[in-house]
Design a protein around this ligand. Structure first.
Ligand code: HEC
Length: 117
């Protein structure tokens, strides 16, 4: 069952991500920005400075996000879904794998992250 789930998930990525990543998808970008900032959603802002917001001090565990518009959508998706695939000692939680954010929410975040230069 788990394996089937993985296969279905992989298939859905191929179809959905190119749609989510289309430039000009403002509603999705807005939704992603909200998830990024909202405490009981992504709360990414608790660790990452982005788009001019500066973070400093003990809460800011993660790097300032920049240059993400150059990342492929899949790399951004995978980072949010499970950061341990690229960094086994990451301090960033696996938002997708832990079931904290669903596929649509992750795609909204990817659309938002693609706006970060
Ligand atoms: C508990 C702190 C924490 C939270 C919350 C967090 N991150 Fe991270 N994040 C990190 C750390 C630490 C790294 C650097 C290590 C790594 O690459 O895994 C990182 C790396 C990243 C990177 C790669 C940046 C680069 O330049 O290599 C992206 C993209 C990212 N995070 C996005 C997000 C998003 C989107 C969210 C919200 C859903 C989020 N993070 C929430 C700690 C966090």
């Amino acid at each position: 069952m788990r394996r089937l789930h993985k296969i279905l998930f992989a298939l859905s990525l191929g179809i959905v991500i190119p749609v989510a990543a289309q430039a000009g998808d403002n509603a999705l970008v807005k939704e992603g920005a909200k998830i990024f900032k909202t405490k009981n959603l992504g709360n990414c802002i608790s660790c990452h400075a982005a788009n001019g917001k500066k973070l400093d001090g003990p809460g800011s565990l993660g790097p300032k996000l920049s240059g993400l518009s150059a990342w492929p959508e899949k790399a951004l998706h995978d980072k949010i879904y499970d950061p341990y695939t690229t960094n086994p000692v990451s301090a960033m939680p696996a938002f997708g794998k832990n079931g904290w954010l669903d596929e649509h929410q992750i795609q909204a975040l990817v659309a938002y992250l693609k706006t970060i230069n």
